[in-house]
Write a protein that binds this ligand. Structure first.
Ligand SMILES: Cc1cc2nc3c(=O)[nH]c(=O)nc-3n(C[C@H](O)[C@H](O)[C@H](O)COP(=O)(O)O)c2cc1C
Length: 173
């Protein structure tokens, strides 16, 4: 798929077919995530690939019963190692870069998935402590987004975007 077509046609998918996703496809999505830009090339991102049903259920519960997490054949949790980025960039590394780096990686991952016909949804609403407990994350590793992945039941409808005139400023705000 052309890059711009992939970007423009991607939309959140919240209903998945039960069909499995091959490990090779998961590896390719993570490789794409790892090509994203990141602060100082520190690459403090960590990816937890979840296939285990009990863990998926635990993540769905931690995300206030967002059922698409337990329905998805594969869930990838994008995390940040706060020690790695903090050691490199101090407070700004911990407070800003960790989030931005996880976001660039997650977006690449979702676009690579979509390029393969695999749908996904960015889940940001969750209890961090509960996610850490389910995945047994070390205390310095922070979960940033939960991404359920699967083949869509139906073609997702893209929600309308604002008009560029409402969000673009030229030269000065
Ligand atoms: C930071 C962030 C948090 C989000 N959290 C959730 C969430 O918890 N549950 C959910 O269903 N969608 C979540 N979304 C997905 C958005 O609702 C969705 O991307 C937005 O409505 C635009 O739709 P689209 O992805 O289909 O273009 C989140 C997206 C982002 C970027």
């Amino acid at each position: 798929m052309e890059t711009i077509d992939c970007i423009k046609s991607r939309a959140s998918v919240r209903s998945f077919r039960p069909d499995d996703i091959q490990d090779t496809a998961v590896d390719e999505m993570i490789d794409a995530a790892m090509q994203a830009p990141c602060a100082g090339n520190i690459q403090e991102w960590k990816f937890v690939v979840v296939r285990n049903n009990a863990n998926k259920k635990g993540l769905a519960k931690a995300a206030f019963e967002q059922k698409m997490i337990s329905d998805a054949p594969v869930v990838i949790v994008v995390c940040a190692d706060m020690k790695e980025i903090g050691n490199a960039y101090g407070e700004r590394g911990e407070n800003v870069f960790s989030i931005q780096d996880a976001a660039t990686a997650a977006e690449n991952l979702m676009l690579a998935a979509w390029d393969k016909g695999i749908g996904s949804c960015w889940i940001g609403s969750f209890n961090e402590k509960a996610v850490k407990d389910v995945l047994v994350l070390p205390s310095h590793v922070r979960p940033m987004t939960i991404i359920p992945l699967g083949y869509p039941v139906t073609k997702p409808k893209k929600p309308r975007r604002k008009h560029p005139g409402d969000v673009v400023h030229r030269d000065f705000y």
